[in-house]
Design a protein. Structure first.
Length: 71
């Protein structure tokens, strides 16, 4: 088990049901995971408001703040 993976919690993997880390395509360090999340949010915020709202409702339960593009 790779304990430096972002999905490793309490002696188990939260990304997969199978405990097989070797060759896992979900493996990322916590820093890599956080950077990926930040990049995804930055991309979402470049979309028009309707698409942002759709993504917020579909994937974030409506809790993602919708930001109007100022450009």
């Amino acid at each position: 088990m790779r304990t430096d993976c972002f999905a490793y919690k309490r002696n188990g993997c939260t990304a997969l049901k199978v405990k097989q880390c070797e060759g896992c395509s979900f493996y990322k360090t916590k820093e890599q995971y956080e950077l990926g999340q930040q990049k995804a949010l930055e991309r979402i915020y470049t979309l028009d408001i309707a698409k942002q709202k759709h993504i917020s409702e579909t994937y974030y339960g409506g809790k993602l703040e919708v930001i109007a593009d100022e450009s």
